[in-house]
Design a binder for this molecule. Structure first.
Ligand SMILES: Nc1nc2c(c(=O)[nH]1)N[C@H]1C(S)=C(S)[C@@H](COP(=O)(O)OP(=O)(O)OC[C@H]3O[C@@H](n4cnc5c(=O)[nH]c(N)nc54)[C@H](O)[C@@H]3O)O[C@H]1N2
Ligand SMILES: Nc1nc2c(c(=O)[nH]1)N[C@H]1C(S)=C(S)[C@@H](COP(=O)(O)OP(=O)(O)OC[C@H]3O[C@@H](n4cnc5c(=O)[nH]c(N)nc54)[C@H](O)[C@@H]3O)O[C@H]1N2
Ligand code: SF4
Ligand SMILES: [Mo]
Length: 733
């Protein structure tokens, strides 16, 4: 029998409503749900990948245990027991922190994982915690923590009501928006222009978003903090600063004014590649716009001054009265509010301890993943000897993945919770494959918090999980109960597991919805939200546009916005070194370094989801996309031709890729997508293996990070490019 299921796509942050047409266990088709009040029918090509993923014969369906070079199926209980026994053995012999955890990006798109992985991690009592946060949005969270007193108080651009959007290092036309859940972001951007507003994009590449914008400027990779400081300089110098309604709640305005005074547009022009008069004009336009917002994403986070950028973007919004104001950068009031629920525990902390080898700061209890390899390799007390990965592929997604990969091979024990045998999980001794995205219910705990409207939506499972399958939450519960030794912990773990297994995550959502801001509070005829209400409204419920609410959302002991947090102010010295001093060759990345050197940036693609949709026939079809883009002048200087195979070398490593010559790139900059490199022996993703490409993270550098936050710095890696010598194989394989 044919059926229609309404649900939310969980592949990216956009939360598009989809209609999944099924027959038996087959997915016939997936399309956008026109009746979803938030996404209004929008989907991107990736939605269909959910069907491919569901049917993928390479998707693992039973636990695997490595024996020599082979993986053999084992049953679940045996696998759980062995994982617990071996993790405990490592901890007994080498201490609790000898077991590390890495949680990847899909964790936050998985309700069961969100509800159960924290308890599992607690049961490990380890300081060796890592996640994709430190290759992504960590600087924004740090800025929020230092300025607003809570790591989750992330300002969201009010894209539907703004008149002026200044965007740095983001490409929502492809990514569909990030820390800005806005399904159909490209249309929303076009609407800004259509209502007489302006979108200005700063990007070293004329991106798909730049093509939709009113104005685009090339900016040198890693120089955004200088641009933002000069922009602030202009605001102060021209007396355009107006804090608006938040005026009485700001600490440190004079300090920021004094700091900005040091960065005249002329001083930064050479470094940023943006003329002083352009900076001054943009500042004037921004201040004059009735409603304006400055927004920056991955391109400004994953660079050497990521935290400074995140801070300065907030400062610009605040100094022009655009924070917490309609059309500016706003805060959400979600139906299930992690900020309220998490209490003081969720606020975060910073640098309360440091990594063992490089002394990098923790943030919110996690260490920067750029330090994972060295923590495995370096002997001594606290050395990592075992690793749990869940929903992550750090071999392809973290800087110098090749080094990490070598380190993984030396672990005493590794377990991966993942449904693919890929570049990372092939190193595991045990792989625990969870059910697929269509086989479990869903409520977005993370992305309603980051959405441009307040909305709520619940999706029932499209298919029941197969009999012998386990959901992520069942895997975590099984491991937590086995790892919890202390009586109280054990009781808690068993209670938690029992409740979730008996009731399912949906009941937890019900409780949280009903007691939340829009809840029915369990009143018999209450009209508020409950699971039942959401089950009836299969397309989701719109709870209205964002409203000014920051003052009510600030933690009780943090009544003021800290405009000039000490750690950020102090970090300016590091930036100044680059502007003023003669700097060593490696530090010259802002200036393109040596004449033969180029700097590398990434390039997200519409039919790709970080490293893991390349086994979908529909996603990988078409011309090869793992190409190195280069400006014609840079190609001519190296006598390189379009389509030639080139060798890309950095301090960290070397790869070979085909060259694509294009004027879309700033001179001196080259661009390569991430998530490829499926040529590793022993992986089992046939379509991805046949379209392997090379991994950019074999050349990105774990020693180049944002020193303040510890975030990876993928943008601006110095590289040399030359014609590939014939018959030489890529280094990895
Ligand atoms: N199709 C697709 N969608 C995705 C993903 C995917 O892999 N594929 N991934 C999802 C994830 S996990 C995330 S976090 C989001 C990310 O969402 P976005 O941040 O919007 O995506 P990116 O394409 O990484 O955009 C970064 C932009 O920064 C530019 N850039 C690079 N270096 C610099 C620099 O130094 N300064 C400036 N100003 N710009 C720079 C790049 O050219 C690029 O255009 O996308 C999500 N959506
Ligand atoms: N050079 C460079 N590197 C980058 C970036 C960049 O722009 N440039 N972007 C960075 C960013 S923003 C991010 S978020 C990271 C992503 O980094 P990661 O999260 O480490 O990597 P992914 O490629 O997202 O891998 C996700 C894994 O989760 C598995 N998976 C998918 N769904 C589920 C599920 O429901 N349960 C479980 N258990 N497993 C699941 C997939 O099979 C896959 O193996 O990459 C980062 N790396
Ligand atoms: S934009 Fe994101 S949420 Fe929407 S269909 Fe594409 S992958 Fe799914
Ligand atoms: Mo990400």
């Amino acid at each position: 029998m044919k059926n229609k299921h309404y649900r939310t796509c969980t592949l990216c942050e956009a939360m598009c409503g989809i209609v999944v047409e099924t027959e038996g266990r087959q997915v016939l088709h997936i399309r956008g749900d026109d009746a979803d009040p938030f996404s209004r029918g929008h989907v991107c090509p990736k939605a269909m990948a959910l069907a491919d993923l569901h049917h993928d014969e390479d998707r693992l369906r039973t636990p695997l245990r490595r024996e020599g070079k082979r993986f053999v199926p084992v049953d679940w209980e045996q696998a759980f027991d062995e994982v617990a026994t071996r993790l405990k053995r490592v901890q007994r012999e080498h201490g609790r922190s000898a077991v590390a955890v890495y949680q990847g990006n899909p964790s936050v798109h998985n309700l069961g994982t969100m509800l159960t992985s924290p308890l599992f991690i607690r049961s490990l009592h380890t300081r060796s915690r890592f996640s994709a946060t430190s290759v992504d949005q960590l600087p924004h969270m740090l800025a929020a923590y230092l300025m607003f007193g809570h790591q989750l108080l992330l300002p969201i651009p009010d894209i539907d009501r703004t008149d002026y959007m200044l965007m740095l290092g983001a490409n929502p036309a492809v990514s569909n928006g990030s820390l800005m859940t806005a399904p159909g972001a490209a249309d929303r951007l076009k609407n800004i222009g259509a209502r007489g507003g302006k979108v200005v994009v700063l990007d070293p590449r004329r991106s798909e978003t730049a093509l939709l914008s009113s104005e685009h400027h090339f900016i040198r990779p890693g120089s955004d903090a200088l641009f933002l400081l000069a922009f602030l300089h202009s605001l102060f110098a021209e007396k355009l600063v107006d804090f608006g309604a938040l005026g009485g709640f700001i600490d440190g305005a004079e300090r920021v004014a004094a700091l900005a005074a040091r960065y005249a547009p002329a001083r930064v022009a050479e470094h940023t590649g943006i003329a002083p008069e352009v900076i001054v004009r943009l500042a004037r336009e921004f201040a004059a716009a009735p409603r304006a917002v400055c927004y920056g994403r991955v391109g400004v986070c994953t660079q050497e001054f990521g935290a400074l950028c995140s801070w300065l973007i907030n400062v610009i919004n605040i100094a022009t009265g655009n924070l917490d104001r309609e059309g500016g950068a706003m805060f959400t009031e979600p139906a299930i509010d992690a900020i309220k629920l998490g209490g003081s525990l969720a606020r975060g902390h910073f640098a309360t301890y440091h990594s063992r080898v490089r002394k990098l700061p923790e943030f919110g209890g996690e260490l920067p993943v750029a330090a994972l390899a060295e923590e495995i390799e370096t002997p001594g007390a606290g050395q990592i000897r075992a690793l749990v990965t869940s929903a992550g592929n750090p071999v392809l997604s973290t800087p110098n993945g090749a080094r990490l990969e070598r380190a993984l091979g030396t672990l005493d024990f590794m377990v991966s919770i993942d449904f693919y045998l890929n570049e990372t999980t092939r190193h595991a001794h045990i792989i625990l494959p969870p059910s697929g995205p269509l086989e479990h219910e869903h409520y977005d705990l993370a992305f309603h918090l980051l959405a441009v409207r307040n909305t709520a939506k619940y999706s029932a499972a499209t298919f029941p999980r197969e009999k012998n399958a386990r959901h992520d939450f069942e895997i975590f519960s099984a491991l937590t109960t086995r790892m919890s030794d202390k009586p109280l912990e054990r009781a808690l773990a068993h209670g938690h597991a029992f409740l979730l297994e008996k009731l399912g995550p949906g009941r937890v959502i019900d409780l949280l919805l009903r007691t939340g801001a829009y809840g029915d509070r369990f009143l018999p005829f209450g009209r508020g939200l409950s699971l039942k209400a959401l089950e009836k409204s299969v397309h989701g419920i719109d709870l209205g546009p964002l409203r000014p609410c920051l003052l009510a959302r600030l933690p009780a002991d943090h009544r003021k916005i800290v405009l000039a947090p000490e750690p950020l102010v102090n970090d300016l010295a590091r930036l100044d070194k680059l502007v003023d001093a003669r700097v060593s060759a490696r530090e010259q990345s802002l200036e393109g370094a040596r004449a033969d050197q180029l700097v590398l940036i990434g390039r997200r693609q519409l039919r790709s989801n970080n490293s893991w949709l390349h086994n979908s026939p529909r996603m990988i079809k078409g011309p090869a996309r793992c190409t190195l883009q280069m400006h014609p002048a840079d190609a001519a200087a190296r006598k390189l031709e379009h389509g030639a195979r080139v060798e890309l070398r950095s301090r960290a490593g070397m790869i070979q890729v085909p060259l694509e010559i294009t004027e879309a790139l700033m001179q001196g900059v080259v661009s390569l997508p991430h998530g490829f490199g499926h040529n590793r022996e022993g992986t089992a993703q046939r379509i991805a293996n046949a379209n392997a490409g090379a991994s950019i993270n074999d050349v990105t550098d774990e020693s180049r990070i944002d020193l303040l936050s510890g975030n990876a710095s993928f943008s601006g890696v110095p590289v040399a490019v030359s014609a590939a010598p014939h018959l030489r194989e890529a280094t990895t394989g």
